[in-house]
Design a protein around this ligand. Structure first.
Ligand SMILES: [Zn+2]
Length: 105
């Protein structure tokens, strides 16, 4: 897990739901950060990396690394993925989050 430069967040540290540092870098897309697209897929890779994807783009130029603390500040509801195990993904299907193993080649 790579870290971004350490900085403070506005939430109460007691509200931090995850068991890793809040300055961990995670992958999302600029559409998610610009509120243009919702997060519809969350991947927690076996190596510990996280991705929060809108699945509207395959273009690497649309991807961006943000800090998990900043993402949580913007989307507090991602706390619900704190128990998503490494090697699993959650995806939105008809307004329900379904979890399944990531099919890694
Ligand atoms: Zn941050």
């Amino acid at each position: 897990m790579q870290k971004v430069q350490e900085h403070k967040h506005s939430f109460d540290p007691e509200d931090w739901p995850f068991d890793f540092d809040e300055n961990v870098g995670v992958v999302t897309t600029k559409f998610v950060m610009n509120d243009e697209q919702p997060i519809v897929e969350v991947l927690h890779w076996k190596d510990g990396d996280w991705q929060f994807m809108c699945n509207t783009t395959d273009d690497a130029d649309d991807g961006m690394v943000v800090c998990m603390g900043c993402l949580f500040t913007k989307f507090p509801w991602i706390a619900e993925f704190k128990d998503l195990k490494p090697g699993y993904l959650a995806y939105l299907d008809n307004k329900q989050w379904l979890v399944e193993p990531i099919d890694e080649m």
